[in-house]
Each structure stands twice: as structure tokens, then as C-alpha cells.
Design a binder for this molecule. Structure first.
Ligand SMILES: Cc1cc2nc3c(=O)[nH]c(=O)nc-3n(C[C@H](O)[C@H](O)[C@H](O)COP(=O)(O)OP(=O)(O)OC[C@H]3O[C@@H](n4cnc5c(N)ncnc54)[C@H](O)[C@@H]3O)c2cc1C
Length: 473
């Protein structure tokens, strides 16, 4: 296995057929990584490039991490189809590769008569979306299943297949498999301009020129700007910020399910959800912004979340906060994705992947593969990808520090470095030597959970940094 992963220096030279990629994917978020993984099944020279120093470093690292059923999507939309298909694909893939998933189920809680009256409509919508397992439960059953719910809940729609998933392992798994199967990954590589001709595209990047026959634009918040470089003016991305609060693991017993509000005119609203790491999330807000870099949290946003959260599970607000974060949804003013192929240009735009892209990622990958074929890409026969096993970061996964067998084989798996998250020396060492190693302490945290617990690195920070620095070339 030859892995091509570059983070600096010039890209392969522009001239010569052997240096022309067949397909280049711009953006290594969960969507671009899923597309690259799909492409890696074929005998193609594929490049995946990202402006950041890691995969999954944009919106993909900051979401609510729910593997949706798609029960509430707009029936008949492309998003509805790809979420439904993507959910099944990702659930199976997660089971095969060890990506943490827990099928905790969701309860859409009605807090007034209007919301109660809306539940049958939501159940019907779920059926139109091909989801038949939801049912309405009364206030007594709701309270029995969620005893810490605030007063006044009148009933709920039970959606038993909504699940929680690890948002960081997912794009890492896709990219790892793609790179092992021959995709070239170029990080710290920002696309600045595109010149298209009959044979393809010459990309101007921050690391020099790159030549490709076909181009896929999966640049998330910046997909509109890249689409304009290709001569289109079809959609504009307006970042919609979602701020979230992460509560300490001691809060985990307060919440059994994903607690969703009944959606109203202002959108999907604020939810409370467990995470696969054993924390509880409260959020997200929905703020229309014009700054694509505004991923900070605000006092007003956090105040609003606390107010909403107090009504849903009052006891949650007494618990310690571990962290706050915010992500930006790539909204485009249309309640659907903006995926479009341009055969004459040998180009596919993958825009507007707003609030369901984690769930739909694998189905988007397949869809884009079909569009590339329709655009003229002759990809030949697919070959099976070698199996992959990802580290089990979830609390429900077998953690190395609990495995007598692993520790007997290598005591590093019994040596805790991050005590809050029980991360061992062995896991940190493995992440630093992995196919796509981290280029920052945050990247290491997303691969191991080290520094992600209640002390946020106060105790283990120096030790983790020393291991990180030691491993750097
Ligand atoms: C608050 C919030 C909650 C969410 N909750 C969920 C959820 O529970 N379930 C779910 O399924 N989805 C959820 N989502 C949606 C999901 O996170 C996104 O749909 C998904 O992450 C989009 O992935 P992406 O790859 O399209 O974009 P990104 O992850 O943003 O990736 C785009 C990449 O393109 C790169 N890039 C941009 N411009 C350039 C350039 N010029 N050159 C090179 N690289 C470039 C960026 O660096 C970035 O890495 C949520 C989103 C938010 C914000």
C-alpha cells in the first residue's frame, strides 16, 4: 500500500498525462471524503484537496452528530432520498468499521395543544418519507420514558431509529479508506482559481498548479464561490450558525433519547441529545450570518439555549458545562441540496449540504459517482475496498484501557494519559502513526478524545503535547 498524503510543498507538476488527475475533489469534509472513497473503488487517479491541515475540519467537525432517519425531510426532495439511503449505508458502514453509533431513538415532544395537533401530520410526513416506525405516545408514556422532562409535556412522536454517531471518526474513516486505495490527499491546499478547457481544468492552488480532467466541488460553505469560478451564478451560501453547549458526563442519566422540539416556522429548534462519548448536547441555535468564519459562541446564543433547555430538562442546567462550540450550516435559501452536474465542463457542484450532510454523505458519494459517469467519466469496473477498523472512541465501544488482552500484549494500552476520557498512551501513539495522522492537537483530540473531557486538557495537556511534538517529523 503506497499512501500519498502531502501537507506542504508544490503539487505534482502540471505537464504530462501521468501527472493529470482523472478526478479532483475540492473539500475534504465528510461529503468530499465520502465522494473520494467512492471514487477510490475505480482505477482512477483521484486527488482530494483541502485548504485546512486536516480532513473534516470545516462544518463536519461541529454538528449535532445525529444519524437521521429522514422522517421529517421535505418529501420528494433529493435531500429526503439521500438522507434515507445515506442513513442505511452509514449505519451498515459504521457497524463494519467500528464507527461509534448508538440507536437511542428520538422523541419529538409537544409542549402545547398546537404542537400536539401537529404530531399526526409529522407521522404522516414520516410515512411519505418511507419511514413507518414512528408512533404517537401520550404524556404518561413520555414521562415514564423521560422522567427528567420539564412539566407540561403533552405527548410525543416516537422515532425509534434516530441514532447518534461519532462525527469525527466518520470522515476520517472515509478518507483513510480512500487514501489507502490510492487517492492522493493534499492538505493545506486552497483552491484559488480554475481555468477550464476542452481537456479539463487547471487549478491554481496555494501550493501551485494542479491539472485534472474532472472536477467535483464539495467545498461546503465556499461551494458557491468555487461554482462562480466555473462561470455559474446559481446559489449563494448564507452561513447559518448553530451554537451548542456540551454538558458533563454526569448529566448523561438525565436524558434517554434525542429530545426534539416540534418544528415550527422558525425551523427545527433546539434539541437535547446524548453523545456517543457520554455527554449531553443542548442546541443548536439558528442564526443567519454573512461571515463564513464566524464559528465563535456568543453570550446571547448561550443564554437562549439555556432558556430553552431549562424548559425541556430543567435539571440539565444544574450540571457542569464541558465545552461550547458552533458550526455553520451551508444554507442556500432552498430547502434542498444543490447538486448539479455540468457535462460540457466535466464538473459536478455539490452545494447546499446544510444540516443533514453527515447522514447523507455516503449516498451523496454514490450519487456524485453516477453524475460523473453521466458527465462522461469512464471509470471502468469497481474493485472492493480493503476492510477498515477504526478506533472505538464511543463509550459503548470496547475501550483499550478495559481490555486485559490488549494491555497484556502492550502495556501502553494500560497507561492512561487523558484521565477524563480514559485515553491511553497506546491510542495516542496509534493515532500519531495512523494513515492520516493529525497535524494539530485538535486533530489528535478528534482521533482519540485526548483533551476533550471535563478538564479540557488542564491536566493532560502538557503530556499530550509532548507526545504530539515527539512524533512530528
Ligand atoms: C450546528 C449543526 C448541526 C448539524 N447537525 C447535523 C446532524 O445532527 N446530522 C447530520 O447528518 N448533519 C448535521 N449537520 C450538517 C453537517 O454537519 C453538514 O451537512 C456536513 O458537515 C457538510 O459537510 P461538507 O463536507 O459539505 O462541508 P465541510 O465539512 O465544511 O467541508 C468542506 C471543506 O471544504 C474545504 N474548502 C473550502 N473552500 C476550499 C478551497 N477553496 N480550497 C480547498 N478546500 C476548501 C474546507 O476547508 C472544508 O474542509 C449539522 C450542521 C451544523 C452546522
Amino acid at each position: 500500500m503506497t499512501v500519498t498524503l502531502t501537507t506542504s510543498g508544490p503539487l505534482p507538476p502540471e505537464k504530462g498525462a501521468e501527472h493529470t488527475y482523472d478526478v479532483t475533489v475540492i473539500g475534504a469534509g465528510v461529503v468530499g471524503a465520502a465522494i473520494a472513497r467512492e471514487l477510490s473503488r475505480y482505477q482512477l487517479r483521484t486527488a482530494l484537496i483541502d485548504a485546512a491541515d486536516d480532513i473534516g475540519n470545516g462544518t463536519s467537525k461541529a454538528n449535532t452528530a445525529i444519524l437521521h432517519t429522514g422522517f421529517d425531510a421535505v418529501p420528494g426532495s433529493l435531500e429526503a432520498r439521500l438522507v434515507r439511503e445515506g442513513r442505511d449505508l452509514l449505519a451498515d458502514y459504521a457497524a463494519d468499521t467500528g464507527i461509534p453509533v448508538e440507536r437511542v431513538g428520538a422523541l419529538l415532544v409537544a409542549w402545547d395543544e398546537d404542537q400536539l395537533a401537529a404530531l399526526p401530520l409529522l407521522r404522516d410526513k414520516a410515512v411519505r418519507n418511507g419511514y413507518h416506525a414512528s408512533r404517537i405516545i401520550d404524556a404518561d408514556e413520555l414521562r415514564a420514558r423521560e422522567p427528567h422532562l420539564g412539566p407540561g409535556a403533552l405527548g410525543a412522536l416516537d422515532v425509534p431509529d434516530e441514532s447518534i454517531i461519532c462525527p469525527w471518526t466518520t470522515p476520517l474513516a472515509f478518507a483513510t479508506q480512500a487514501v489507502r486505495a490510492g487517492v492522493h490527499l493534499h492538505l493545506n491546499c486552497r483552491l484559488r482559481d480554475v481555468r477550464s478547457d476542452a481537456g479539463g481544468h487547471t487549478l491554481t492552488t496555494s501550493r501551485g498548479p494542479l491539472r485534472t480532467r474532472y472536477l467535483v466541488n464539495a467545498a461546503g460553505l465556499y461551494a458557491d464561490e468555487i461554482d462562480r469560478l466555473l462561470g455559474h451564478d446559481v446559489f449563494t451560501v448564507t452561513p447559518r450558525r448553530g451554537q451548542l453547549i456540551v454538558f458533563d458526563k454526569l448529566a448523561r442519566d438525565l436524558v434517554g433519547h434525542i429530545l426534539l422540539p416540534v418544528p415550527g416556522p422558525a425551523g427545527k429548534g433546539v434539541l437535547i441529545a446524548p453523545t456517543v462519548f457520554g455527554n449531553v448536547l443542548l442546541g443548536p441555535t439558528a442564526e443567519e450570518l454573512d461571515d463564513k468564519t464566524a464559528t465563535g459562541s456568543t453570550a446571547e446564543g448561550l443564554h437562549l439555549l439555556r432558556e430553552k433547555g431549562r424548559r425541556i430538562v430543567p435539571g440539565l442546567l444544574d450540571e457542569e458545562v464541558t465545552a461550547v462550540y458552533a458550526g455553520l450550516r451551508a444554507a442556500t435559501g432552498q430547502e434542498d441540496y444543490r447538486i448539479q452536474e455540468y457535462p460540457a465542463l466535466r464538473y459536478v457542484a455539490v452545494g447546499g449540504i446544510r444540516s443533514t450532510g453527515l447522514t447523507a454523505s455516503m449516498a451523496i458519494g454514490r450519487h456524485v459517482m453516477e453524475l460523473l459517469a453521466a458527465t462522461g467519466l469512464d471509470h471502468g469496473e469497481p474493485h472492493p475496498l480493503p476492510p477498515l477498523t477504526m478506533p472505538g472512541l464511543g463509550d459503548a465501544s470496547p475501550r483499550p484501557y478495559l481490555s486485559a488482552r490488549l494491555i497484556a500484549g502492550d502495556p501502553a494500552y494500560g497507561t492512561l494519559v487523558c484521565h477524563c476520557e480514559q485515553v491511553t498512551l497506546g491510542e495516542i501513539r496509534d493515532a500519531l502513526a495512523s494513515t492520516i495522522p493529525p497535524n494539530s492537537l485538535d486533530g489528535l483530540r478528534r482521533r482519540t478524545r485526548a483533551r476533550g473531557g471535563r478538564c479540557q486538557g488542564f491536566y493532560c495537556g502538557a503530556a499530550v503535547r509532548a507526545l504530539f511534538e515527539e512524533a512530528r517529523p
